[in-house]
Write a protein that binds this ligand. Sequence first.
Ligand code: SF4
Length: 317
Amino acid sequence: MSESDGDADGDGNGAEAWTLPDDLEAVREALIAWYEADHRDYPWRRTDDPYEILVSEVMSQQTQLDRVVDAWEAFLERWPTTADLAATDRADVVGFWTGHSLGYNNRAKYLHEAAQQVEEEYAGEFPSTPGELQELMGVGPYTANAVASFAFNNGDAVVDTNVKRVCYRAFDVPDDDTAFKAAANDLMPDDRSRVWNNAIMELGGVACTQTPRCDEVGCPWREWCGAYASGDFTAPDVPTQPGFEGSRRQFRGRVIGTLREYDELELDTLGHRIRVDYVPDGEYGREWLEGLLADLEDDGLVDLEGSDGTLIARLKR
Ligand code: SF4
């Protein structure tokens, strides 16, 4: 383990210490390579224009990213620059916001006012540091840092729910905001906030989701990840089974998918891989899983070997 050990309560006693892997460079490069090989292609990821990025950030605070794309393109077609937006009537901006179901109208007002600030106070040039960006109307610490990162490659590590979930699972960072912030910053390579923040948010958004998809999307951190090793995928926002309704049919599918990845799995290992709230002696534990596997065996899909507690499952060949 590395020098990057943290101290969540900051008192220097090391209580609640966490550790990042020794080979941090390899951890970083693995994530960046994974992100660069393939990621969701939102149009604001192709620009470094701070105005365009600010608009995307403000819109996505209330609205799902896929739905933001059309609104973002239409907004920028209508008001391509801060000067255009600043010069328009606020009522038009609010009307646009409502017409595209973008949530609270206040955000439209703030965006309009921020554009006027950029024009009047910064001579049309966006400020580039998180601190200065926070001076803009309606721009809080998170948005300021996102714009500083994605437009100017000049931000701190983003610490949002997704990033917390990843840090908690992969490196056992305790559920503590100071610890998350320190760990996220230790992980981020110097001067690479643009690609790094995009990459780690993508990891949390498509791989380390509430129901993790470690193998399905080839998570680049499997070899270092504590949760992947232990099978315990709980997280601060996933105390038990995550949001999707775990019908028996879905779990049958997960068993088959998981066994396809591995030659064979012992009962508890399989249980931890298919549901985050698997507890061997709990409600969704061995008894429940043995019942599910027995059905799959009856259906000719799975072979079981062994007896209570040491059951091994594999796909029927
Ligand atoms: S291996 Fe799984 S749990 Fe670990 S960081 Fe990757 S997606 Fe998350």
